[in-house]
Each structure stands twice: as structure tokens, then as C-alpha cells.
Ligand binder design. Structure first.
Ligand SMILES: Cc1cc2nc3c(=O)[nH]c(=O)nc-3n(C[C@H](O)[C@H](O)[C@H](O)COP(=O)(O)OP(=O)(O)OC[C@H]3O[C@@H](n4cnc5c(N)ncnc54)[C@H](O)[C@@H]3O)c2cc1C
Length: 452
């Protein structure tokens, strides 16, 4: 059991993504916080279109090599199957994990351990779907073709489908959560942009200074600014923003009918994935090492000192409407299409986007009080996999914030998410987790290649 703390009379949450909005909801529901004033601010009107929690889809899967996330995802899925997933917010169409002959990215290890977890720890039955199997193991291309219809390309060499996985309509489910929070009547929402945290005496934080110049004080400040967080705290060696590619194509009705009942597909050898097409839109993307966007800024904890640091920060269409996926990323999606769906290889993208992960070196989230600054709680480090936990993540965050482990599993999670004892890497290759794409790409270099 960790220590319980005095209850704050004011809590200021900054950032309205999965982590921030989830925290607000859980706080608003807990009786012990009934006298606490809760304020949630975000730099953009909700839903912030460049936030990583806002998109047409996010995969919901318990297929993790790490048993703790696998268990947590299966807990969240219970909610997706009920009200959270109603009105098209969740579709349980399965997720097909595939491997190629060549696999240089530890994809096999990731897949084998994931399979072991869902089969042995979650107890999902292996077998053909028609015979009640929840997991169908695919031993060759013929097996793969049996579960993925209407795709004649070279789909891979082996893999498995988890029929209990699916995908969420990400923006719609965030709007659903926002309504739930509004209905509590407990949270004051503000559109306002954090300029810097209000540090005091080098050992505490007492709120936020906004770009408007206004200062908002609070007993407890919860920083949930996603990939922008390294702008407000020195997180070098702890967390960093990595840009990930997303492309969207329009389908004809015939193509939608042909492909629309397939599971989503994740190729573990190169990180490329295709979400089950919906409403005649196909999304092709990559779970990759991503692009770093090194940016030199005043030291966020000592802005008056003149000291500067260089960190990777998001660059989105809010900053520059012309920021699209660089040619390298567009080509990766085109090559994947040419291989999986040759007839769509030349279909123009209707739009593209770089979406920003907050990567930690081992992909564990960062949910903890800051070790140096009293009054500051940080909840971030989604590392490209936090969305699926939307229905339950806030409760887990508030468990940590309240210093209460509800059980052994809670204690295990708290330990996983605690502030790291040492700093890791600073080299723009931000994860040891399994990923696709090249390591160490710099956004500006890749965008410049476009001009050349
Ligand atoms: C391309 C992509 C694919 C993904 N796929 C999946 C998936 O299939 N399954 C899955 O489970 N997860 C997936 N994820 C991960 C998941 O979406 C993220 O882990 C999660 O959304 C992170 O939420 P967040 O609250 O940390 O960040 P965000 O949603 O980005 O929220 C941060 C908020 O902070 C606000 N903010 C920033 N700066 C300021 C400021 N100065 N002042 C005020 N507000 C500020 C922003 O406007 C934003 O609203 C994916 C992520 C990406 C990018």
C-alpha cells in the first residue's frame, strides 16, 4: 500500500485526451473528492482535432506480450461491449496479427507472447471461428486467406486472429466520455493554453500560467498534455513525442462490401496496419519508431535561467495546415497497399495526418506524482497503446493519485507506471518496444526530401 495523501481542495487538470478526461471523470465520481473543485483545461475546443485520442478509429485488443496490459485490456473490453460501445462506438470484428518471412523487428516475439497470454492467461479458446474458437491460428497463406476475404495480395506467412478484439470509433467514444463528465456537473471546462507550470521555490508547483497571461492556482495540478508534455517538464530520457503516419482512402460501395467484414490487420514484421473499413473509408497506418521533431526551447523548469534544451515535440495541422505525411511514410502505405490490395495501390489519399505518440523507452505509461515538485501529478506516456483503456483508465489513474491500491494488481500497475529511477535514451529512437519503419527519422529531414 502506498501512502494516502491529504485531499486537495482544488485540482487543475491540463489536457483533455484519454488521460486527462478519464481522470476528470473518475475524480468527479469519487465521493472522497466531492468537495474538491475540479477544472479541466485544453488549448483547443473539444474534441481537439490534433490530439492523439481523436481519430476515426483505435484498435481495442488484449493481445499484449505483457500480461498486465493484456488483463487490463480485457477488463476495459467488458465496457466496450456494453454502453461504451453502443451506437457504433465499438465493433468487435477481430484483429489479425501477421508475420512475414523476414522479421527484423522482434515481431515474432511480440506475437508469440501475445498469443500465449490471450490463450493461457485469458483462457480464449483456440479453433476455427465457426466452431466457437476465439483465437484462430494461421499457419500459412491459405489459412490467412480464409479469414481475410477479398484481398488477393501477399498477406504474410503466419499469424493469428483474435476474434474478441475490435476497434473503437475514437472521436465518438471521447465525445461519449465528455458527456458523462458533463453530466456529473462536477467539472469546470475551460479553453486555455498552458504556457508554463507555476513552479515555487524549486520544489513545488502551484498551478499554471496560461498563454493569456492569467495564472490559475490549484492545490494539485495534473499534467495530461500527451505528446506536448516535454514542453512543460524536463522529460529528457523519460518520454518523447514521436510522429506516426496515418492515411485515409475512399472506397466504392462494392469495395466496402468486399472488405467490410474483415478483421483489422496488423503486420508485426513492418508495423503496417489496416483498420476494418467503415463508411467507405479505409485507413492505412504504421505503428512505427516514428519521426522525432527536435525543438529547442527554454528549460521548462527554469525558464528565467536562459538555459535551453532540445526535445521532440508535436508538429500538427494546428501549427501548419500543410503538414502531411512525408514521402517516406506515404510510400510505406502505398507499398503496403500494393502488396495487400493491389487494386487500391494508386488510389489517392483523401487526407493524411501525423499523429503523435508520447513514447517512453519501454512503452509503460508514466502515471505518478513528480518526484521533485509537490503538487504536481503527471499522467502521460501512452506510447501508442492507451486508447483502448478509455472506459477504465481514469479510475486506475485516480487510484494512483489517491495513493490507494485496490488490490495486488493495482499495486503492480502503480509500480509499472511510477516515475523512472533513471533516465534512458536521448537519441530520438524512443522505444525498445516492437515497432516498424526506420529508426531515428527526423521530421524536417523527411519533409525536406519531399521538396527535393
Ligand atoms: C496514430 C496513432 C494510432 C494509435 N492507435 C492506437 C490503437 O489502435 N489502440 C490504442 O489503444 N491506442 C492507440 N493509440 C494511442 C492512444 O491514442 C494514445 O495513447 C492516447 O490517445 C493518448 O492520450 P493523451 O491524453 O495522452 O494525449 P492526447 O489525446 O493527445 O491529449 C492531450 C491533450 O492535451 C492538450 N494540450 C496540449 N498542450 C496543451 C497546452 N499547452 N495547454 C492546454 N492543453 C494542451 C491537447 O490539446 C490534447 O487535447 C494511437 C495513437 C496514435 C497517435
Amino acid at each position: 500500500m502506498s501512502q494516502s495523501r491529504n485531499l486537495p481542495s482544488t485540482i487543475l487538470i491540463i489536457g483533455s485526451g484519454v488521460f486527462g478526461l478519464g481522470t476528470a471523470y473518475a475524480l468527479a465520481q469519487r465521493l472522497e473528492y466531492r468537495n474538491t473543485k475540479i477544472t479541466l483545461l485544453d488549448r483547443l475546443d473539444f474534441p481537439a482535432q490534433d490530439a492523439s485520442s481523436i481519430d476515426s478509429s483505435r484498435i481495442v485488443r488484449p493481445d499484449y506480450p505483457d500480461a498486465a496490459y493484456s488483463k487490463l485490456a480485457s477488463q476495459a473490453r467488458k465496457y466496450w461491449r456494453r454502453e461504451w460501445g453502443a451506437d457504433g462506438r465499438y465493433t468487435e470484428s477481430g484483429l489479425c496479427l501477421l508475420l512475414d518471412e523476414t522479421d527484423q523487428n522482434n515481431g515474432r516475439d511480440y506475437m508469440d507472447k501475445s498469443l500465449e497470454n490471450v490463450r493461457d492467461k485469458l483462457g480464449l479458446k483456440v479453433g476455427r471461428r465457426e466452431e466457437g474458437g476465439k483465437i484462430t491460428v494461421l499457419n500459412d497463406l491459405n489459412d490467412i486467406r480464409e479469414v481475410i476475404k477479398g484481398m488477393d495480395g501477399d498477406l504474410g506467412r503466419c499469424g493469428y486472429v483474435n476474434w474478441t478484439s475490435g476497434w473503437a470509433q475514437a472521436e465518438d467514444a471521447m465525445k461519449y466520455l465528455r458527456t458523462l463528465v458533463e453530466e456529473t456537473g462536477r467539472v469546470e471546462f475551460q479553453r486555455a493554453e498552458l504556457k508554463q507550470l507555476l513552479f515555487k521555490n524549486g520544489d513545488s508547483v502551484e498551478g499554471a500560467e496560461l498563454t493569456s497571461g492569467e495564472k490559475v492556482t490549484a492545490d494539485l495540478t495534473v499534467l495530461a498534455t500527451g505528446a506536448w508534455t516535454p514542453k512543460f517538464l524536463d522529460l529528457r530520457g523519460i518520454a518523447s513525442a514521436s510522429g506516426q503516419i496515418l492515411t485515409y482512402l475512399d472506397l466504392t460501395q462494392e469495395e466496402q462490401d468486399r472488405l467490410g467484414s474483415n478483421p483489422s490487420i496488423l503486420n508485426e514484421s513492418n508495423g503496417m496496419f489496416i483498420i476494418q473499413p467503415s463508411n467507405r473509408v479505409l485507413k492505412v497506418a504504421r505503428h512505427g519508431y516514428g519521426y522525432a521533431n527536435p525543438t529547442t526551447i527554454p528549460h521548462p523548469e527554469r525558464p528565467e535561467s536562459g538555459e535551453k534544451i532540445t526535445v521532440s515535440l508535436p508538429r500538427t495541422k494546428t501549427d501548419d495546415p500543410n503538414v502531411n505525411v512525408p514521402p517516406e511514410g506515404g510510400k510505406a502505405c502505398r507499398d503496403f497497399l500494393a502488396r495487400y490490395l493491389p487494386d487500391l495501390a494508386d488510389r489517392p489519399f483523401t487526407h493524411t495526418r501525423i499523429c503523435w505518440y508520447t513514447d517512453t523507452p519501454n512503452s509503460d505509461w508514466l502515471i505518478d506524482y513528480h518526484p521533485k515538485y509537490k503538487g504536481l501529478f503527471v499522467t502521460t506516456g501512452g506510447s501508442g497503446h492507451a486508447y483502448k483503456f478509455l472506459p477504465i483508465i481514469g479510475d486506475r489513474i485516480v487510484d494512483v493519485l489517491s495513493g490507494k491500491d485496490r488490490n495486488q494488481f493495482g499495486a503492480e500497475l502503480r509500480k509499472k507506471w511510477q516515475w523512472p529511477k533513471q533516465k534512458f535514451r536521448q537519441d530520438h529512437v524512443w522505444t525498445d518496444d516492437w515497432r516498424g519503419g526506420r529508426k531515428g527519422m527526423i521530421l524536417d529531414e523527411e519533409l525536406t526530401r519531399a521538396k527535393l
